[in-house]
Design a protein around this ligand. Structure first.
Ligand code: PHE
Length: 334
């Protein structure tokens, strides 16, 4: 009876342990088996009673050990230590890259005034990057200093600006045209905190009848206020680009010192953010658009520059180093 109680309270944590118990009690040399062997010595008048007890014991032990094995198998297939009350492991989500956050914001701002996205290849030919955009054959931008050439005759190169997408759009479509062209561009520059051999741009192009410089200025003022806040001021300075005439560069009032002067704006109160101008009639003609009927404006900005201004990133290289300590700081920005 004592052995029966012992057998009934058996536990086993693993299948191997349960098997050890079977060997201990029920194998050929097991404790219960040896009791059966000793049965011969039991006096005849007690044989009936003792035999019954022995059979009950054997049955109880067999049942218990089978039960242990079964429950171990069940919990093994359910994943042995499943705690259904535990909360789930958090799924680690990546964060949007700061340049993507800012690019999306620029795209959204222009989408609200009717601009749609146009994209094109990063590996381009001379015609789309320079030729159609009124670059004279000996223009320094074509120089080995700036452009990564892949092949000569016919020229294959990495685009140095997304204006190449604008020439593709103009060659494929008659006005009205209202597109922005986000994308990566490449220039042969030494890598430092303020320059990289690749960066990102958003360029815009608007061509229709009667598009004027005032329209350009209004669109850019709207952009500056949406991007940097309602009290942002803009300033246009005369400049030169082969594909626009007249051309300008646009500064915004420094959003760190609000015009007071600080190291960020080199104490001028202004920060340059983009180039722009009226599309040169030569460009329209080269792309099959009648410059006597249509006019247009174009502008282009570096996304890195805008991101630096918005988030005060001081080293451009941070954007391409994939340091999660840097990237995680933009977690809540989108
Ligand atoms: N493509 C010029 C650049 O990469 C920017 C620009 C675009 C200037 C459109 C004027 C008009 O610097």
């Amino acid at each position: 009876n004592q052995l029966k109680a012992e057998v009934e309270s058996l536990t086993a944590a693993t299948h191997e342990k349960a098997e050890e118990l079977r060997i201990k009690y029920l194998s050929k040399k097991g404790e219960i088996t040896s009791l059966f062997n000793a049965f011969r010595e039991v006096p005849n008048d007690q044989k009936r009673q003792v035999g019954q007890l022995l059979n009950e014991l054997k049955e109880a032990a067999t049942a218990k050990i089978n039960e242990l094995k079964e429950s171990l198998e069940n919990s093994a297939s359910a994943g042995s230590e499943t705690d259904l009350t535990r909360s789930a492991d958090p799924i680690l989500l990546g964060t949007r890259h700061p340049l993507s956050i800012v690019k999306n914001e620029i795209v959204d701002i222009f989408a609200r005034i009717g601009f749609t996205i146009a994209e094109g290849p990063e590996v381009e030919d001379d015609w789309h990057v320079f030729g159609a955009l009124n670059f004279p054959p000996e223009h320094p931008a074509r120089d080995m200093q700036d452009t990564f050439f892949i092949e000569k005759d016919p020229d294959v190169l990495l685009r140095t600006h997304t204006s190449s997408v604008q020439s593709r759009v103009m060659l494929n479509q008659q006005p009205p045209i209202r597109v922005i062209c986000p994308g990566r561009v490449y220039r042969n520059e030494a890598i430092s905190y303020r320059a990289h051999c690749f960066f990102h741009q958003v360029e815009g192009l608007y061509i229709d009848k009667n598009v004027s410089f005032a329209d350009l200025k209004q669109a850019l003022l709207y952009f500056a206020k949406e991007m940097f806040g309602e009290d942002t001021k803009i300033r246009l300075r005369p400049s030169y680009f082969p594909f626009t005439e007249p051309s300008a560069e646009m500064d915004i009032s420094c959003n760190l010192c609000h015009g007071e002067g600080c190291p960020f704006c080199k104490y001028t109160g202004w920060v340059e953010i983009l180039g722009c101008g009226m599309v040169d009639p030569n460009v329209l003609e080269a792309c099959g658009i009648d410059s006597k009927v249509y006019s247009g404006y174009a502008f282009g900005m570096g996304i890195e520059r805008i991101t630096n201004l918005k988030y005060q990133v001081k080293d451009l290289r941070m954007f391409s180093e994939n340091d999660v300590r840097f990237l995680r700081q933009f977690e809540s920005a989108n």
